[in-house]
Design a protein around this ligand. Structure first.
Ligand code: FAD
Length: 435
């Protein structure tokens, strides 16, 4: 076993959540160790779409100039029932009106390197095996004070200790499971699959329709038998000439348990508009899939000396399956509370509980409505009526996009805020139906 080391904060997982937490803590002057089982750059199965919410966090971390090298995306092109609408990202006092598509291999390396530049240490090929706890603490709960790791290069183990431990391992956290965290099964769980395609020509980049300026979403996807599915298909154009093409299923219904997203992808591909040049021949690799834990569905979120962020706490937005921005945001929120805890002389076992309260204040009301929305669209007939009617109005769908991407204006009371209030009243009236 290698020599032990001790830090102020140990963060397990160097994705967007962990790297953002490391950046903000290092900026505040703390000794932070970020550990990841992978060696970066590494692939991460994702749609690679960055919304204005994610761009805002990247800019706050000083990465604006890095982003300027990429082609900005001005909104979402939505297809449904033979109609196509171009929905601009809204003007907003806090968020920019553009997004990007950036391979996670590059994005995650950029954000982790940025944390290192700020002073965080980054240990790679370092796999967390189990938590280390202080059984003598008498602090009214398990006090996590480190993690046992395996160095994947040397196959040796090492104990790394810290005053606080942050779990940022993504959707499948062995440490969270070990600490008794479970998923609320009434919360929606998404499934998504993405593949990279390299079309023969990049006609879509140069043509007058400006396909390259939009991420594209198909809201009327069907399974092989022609049945409407509560989800969407996407085509996101990347700077390197590849297209990220995928399908996502957003549902709570048990009816979709074991649903085959590979088959859904197979039935989606022939319906992709020909201007993209997507075909089986232009596929770069076999599609990869993953789970989307949504609506803050993992609890407990905080312990005496540890907390969960990003996908590990189920932070994905149930309305649209977006998780990168919420990983950045929850990482930052955790860093703020840890900064206070590290600066404080208090030894209260509840010192990190403010983080949980901050999560609730930031997301709970909105996610409650998101969950009700997913419940609603889990019934294909309702999904069909909503999309088929919505697709008649660019204006309405632009407002719906604002709600679904959580880009509501905190001060203004425009149509999007009105739609949100309506959904909120309906949710309170109906409650979250059983499924
Ligand atoms: C198919 C698909 C498409 C998606 N598309 C989008 C999209 O377009 N836009 C969007 O915003 N969101 C999208 N998401 C969601 C998004 O990918 C996640 O919400 C986001 O990656 C969460 O970041 P994270 O840092 O919490 O976790 P992750 O990005 O999963 O990072 C976790 C890190 O922890 C490391 N780790 C895991 N276990 C260990 C261990 N034992 N020891 C050490 N390290 C460990 C991993 O190597 C990884 O680097 C998509 C998800 C899927 C599955």
């Amino acid at each position: 076993m290698a020599k032990n080391e001790t830090h102020d904060v140990l963060i397990v997982g160097g994705g967007p959540a962990g790297a953002s937490c490391a950046y903000w803590l290092a900026k505040a002057g703390w000794d932070v160790l970020l550990a990841d089982k992978a060696t970066f750059p590494r692939e991460k199965t994702c749609g690679d779409g960055l919304t204005p919410r994610a761009v805002r966090q990247l800019c706050d971390m000083g990465l604006e100039h890095e982003l300027e090298k990429y082609h900005p995306i001005k909104g979402l092109k939505a297809w449904g029932y033979g109609r196509c609408l171009e929905l601009n990202w809204p003007e907003h006092p806090l968020f920019p009106n553009y997004g990007y598509v950036m391979a996670r291999k590059d994005l995650d390396l950029m954000v982790a390197n940025n944390a290192v530049k700020q002073g965080a240490q980054f240990k790679q090929a370092t796999q967390a095996l189990q938590v280390l706890t202080n059984k003598q603490s008498g602090m009214g709960g398990i006090e996590v004070n480190g993690v046992l790791f395996k160095d994947k290069n040397t196959d040796t183990t090492q104990e790394i200790r810290a005053r606080y431990v942050v779990i940022a391992q993504g959707a499948n956290s062995n440490l969270a499971r070990e600490l008794g965290c479970t998923r609320d099964r009434s919360s929606p769980m998404g499934m998504a699959l993405r593949g990279y395609f390299l079309p023969d020509n990049d006609q879509y980049r140069s043509n007058d329709n400006g396909q390259y300026d939009w991420i594209e979403s198909h809201l009327d996807i069907q399974d092989g038998g022609g049945k409407a599915i509560p989800g969407y298909g996407w085509i996101f154009p990347m700077d390197d000439g590849r297209l990220n093409v995928g399908v996502g299923l957003l549902t709570v219904s048990k009816r979709y348990k074991g649903f085959n997203t590979t088959k859904l992808m197979e039935s989606f591909l022939p319906s992709v508009p020909p201007y993209w040049g997507v075909s089986k021949n232009s596929a770069c690799d076999a599609p990869m899939g993953g789970r989307l834990q949504m609506g803050l569905s993992i609890t407990p979120r905080v312990g005496v000396s540890h907390l969960l962020i990003g996908d590990s706490v189920g932070a994905i937005n149930p309305f649209n399956g977006e998780g990168i921005s919420y990983a950045f945001e929850t990482g930052r929120m955790a860093a703020e509370v840890l900064n206070e805890a590290l600066s404080s002389k208090s030894s209260s076992p509840f010192i990190l509980h403010e983080y949980e309260q901050n999560l609730i204040n930031a997301y709970e009301a909105y996610y409650k409505i998101g969950k009700a929305f997913v419940n609603l669209i889990s019934r294909p007939e309702i999904m069909r009526v909503l999309v088929a009617n919505g697709m008649h109005s660019n204006k309405i769908m632009e407002e719906v996009l604002t709600v679904m991407a959580n880009l509501l204006d905190p001060i203004k009371t425009g149509p999007a805020e009105f739609i949100y209030k309506l959904l909120s009243s309906a949710t309170n009236l109906i409650g979250t139906p059983a499924h």
